[in-house]
Ligand binder design. Structure first.
Ligand code: G16
Length: 542
């Protein structure tokens, strides 16, 4: 029954910010997925008799690759696999299952917010026993293994029906198909005051949640409409579709434009939220008030004690380096530890595991806590709902109060997607070469105080991660960051992050792009990006 199949290595199986992401057609190449899965198993340590969790965001190819994972897990000696029914598991739900049932690890099939379908993207990610993405030393080993792979092992058996819950066997290995929502929803009930949120709903509170035709639909229907009593229709685009309805399930004002427009209109409900392809990102919007992910992290940190899961307060906060420093102000005022990590949720794992932090967040619409080891879109929405219910305030009111108390960090990211990779690398190299000469340079009233290429020294395992983004820091706290994305699948994506702190209450109502316009101009001047990338304007502004 177990076959050993001869193969030859692919040389592009290097996991990026979050797993291996490629065009779907690349994963359809014969042996491509099998090679990468075998490389994972070869680097996963002693897997014999152990439990593996597998599921994905339901995109095109999800079920086919799950069948391969099941058959290869059996051939490689796993004792048991827990898979989500229909092949569905959101990324945070998978993380929860790994932790709850002490699995050896998990395989999550997703290219996150990237479009799906045969012309779209696909991805495979390996998570380790703490429930979080494999750290760099593991992904590095997987990549090395993939470069010399000559065989993979697979069980020659019929497909397992994924739509029926219950246990099956592949040889000695048990496959359990589970309801993908049940354990996750139960966890949420332990963290938040569902009764208080239900009361708020019964007093007329209304929300719109856009699942973007991706994985959070079944979770959102169950939690918001069934358990919290919100009206049917609260959740829109709530059925996961293989091509995500042709959309781009990236919850931001550009790709969740319908929700954004509704929230800015007179017909807006009290609160709006959206999640991405695999359910780990979140966008939250109040009536007429877009809430940036950086502000959301800061506000959640300042108010987390209102939720039962954080009743005793939080240990510390971590944010990725390009995320605005709004949360740093909350940490400083409340005597909390604050950590600045490279982009990528995997860098929060050690801090969470050792209890140094409770809340983590990224500007890329990711927020989470120690309840799992992934960012968690619905968790963030529930924490907002809990804070709204406990405070009796509106979302916009909470944000304005927060700015009044802490000042406002104006913040924006400009993305230049799908640009020529060579031009992008040359621009970054050139900037890097000029870093030492930048301090002291003046641009009108702004003076560069420091410039460097961010390196992270992990305080737990002492590992060092270099070249994590070019930082240009100005006197007074303004910043410009240049990074190349690690999640794109076509050409390169240049991300430019701008931040400016404003303490003056009278200046808190400016348009974000207008408030940041001096920094936007400086970013262009320093890098000559428009010329070098041959683009007139960013593809996405968030
Ligand atoms: C992934 C990572 C995040 C990261 C984001 C953007 O999110 O898990 O930690 O912030 O990509 O990364 P980059 O700027 O390199 O494109 P997701 O939701 O795509 O898994």
């Amino acid at each position: 029954m177990i076959q050993t199949v001869a193969t030859s290595p692919f040389h592009d199986q290097n996991p990026g910010t979050s797993g291996l992401r490629k065009k779907t057609r690349v994963f359809e190449t014969p042996h491509y997925a099998e090679n990468f899965i075998q490389s994972i198993f070869d680097c996963a340590g002693d897997i014999v008799g152990k439990l593996l969790v597998v599921g994905g965001d339901g995109r095109y190819l999800n079920s086919e690759i799950i069948q391969k994972v099941l058959k290869m897990a059996a051939a490689n000696g796993f004792g048991r696999v827990t898979a989500g029914q229909n092949g569905w598991l959101s990324t945070p739900a998978a993380s929860n299952l790994i932790r709850k049932y002490s699995a050896h690890g998990g395989i999550i099939l997703s290219a996150s917010h990237n479009p799906a379908g045969q012309a779209g993207d696909f991805g495979i990610k390996y998570n380790v026993a703490n429930g979080g993405p494999a750290p760099e030393k593991v992904t590095g080993a997987i990549y090395q293994a993939s470069r010399t792979l000559t065989r993979y092992k697979i069980a020659d058996v019929a497909d397992i029906p994924l739509d029926i819950a219950g246990e099956r066997r592949i040889g000695d290995m048990v496959v359990e198909i589970v309801n993908p929502v049940a354990d996750y929803a139960a966890l949420m009930e332990t963290l938040f005051d569902f009764a208080a949120i239900r009361r708020m709903v019964s007093h007329g509170f209304r929300m719109r949640f856009d699942a973007m035709n991706a994985i959070t639909g079944p979770y959102a229907h169950e939690i918001f409409e069934h358990r919290l009593g919100m009206e049917t229709g609260t959740v829109v685009n709530g059925t996961p579709l293989p091509d995500f309805g042709g959309g781009h399930p990236d919850p931001n004002p550009t790709y969740a434009a319908g929700l954004y427009t509704l929230m800015m209109s007179d017909a807006a409900p009290d609160f709006g939220a959206a999640s991405d392809g695999d359910g780990d990102r979140n966008m939250v919007i109040g009536r007429d008030m877009f809430i940036s992910p950086s502000d959301s992290l800061a506000l959640l940190a300042a108010n987390a004690h209102l939720a039962p899961g954080c009743r005793d307060g939080i240990a510390g906060i971590a944010r990725s380096m390009p995320t605005s420093a709004a949360a740093d102000r909350v940490a400083a005022r409340n005597g909390l530890k604050m950590y600045e990590t490279p982009t990528g949720w995997k860098f929060f794992g050690n801090l969470l595991d050792s209890g140094l932090v409770t809340l983590c967040g990224e500007e890329s619409f990711g927020t989470g806590s120690g309840h799992v080891r992934e960012k968690d879109g619905l968790w963030a929405v529930l924490l907002w709902l809990n804070i709204l219910a406990a405070s009796g305030k509106t979302a916009a009111g909470l944000v304005r109060n927060h700015w009044r108390d802490y000042g406002r960090n104006y913040y924006s990211r400009h993305d230049y997607e799908g640009v020529d990779a060579g031009a992008a690398t040359a621009m970054m190299d050139d900037l890097r070469a000029r870093l030492a000469a930048l301090p002291g340079t003046q641009f009108g009233p702004l003076t560069i105080s420091a410039a460097d290429d961010f390196a992270y020294h992990d305080p737990v395992d002492q590992s060092v991660s270099e070249h994590q983004g070019i930082r240009i820091l100005f006197e007074g706290g303004a910043r410009i960051i240049f990074r190349l994305s690690g999640t794109g699948t076509e050409g390169a994506t240049v991300r430019i992050y701008m931040e400016h702190y404003e303490a003056d209450l009278d200046l808190h109502n400016m348009d974000t792009q207008e408030a940041l316009s001096p920094l936007i101009a400086i970013a262009d001047e320093i890098s000559a990006l428009k010329l070098r990338l041959n683009r007139l304007r960013p593809t996405v502004i968030v």
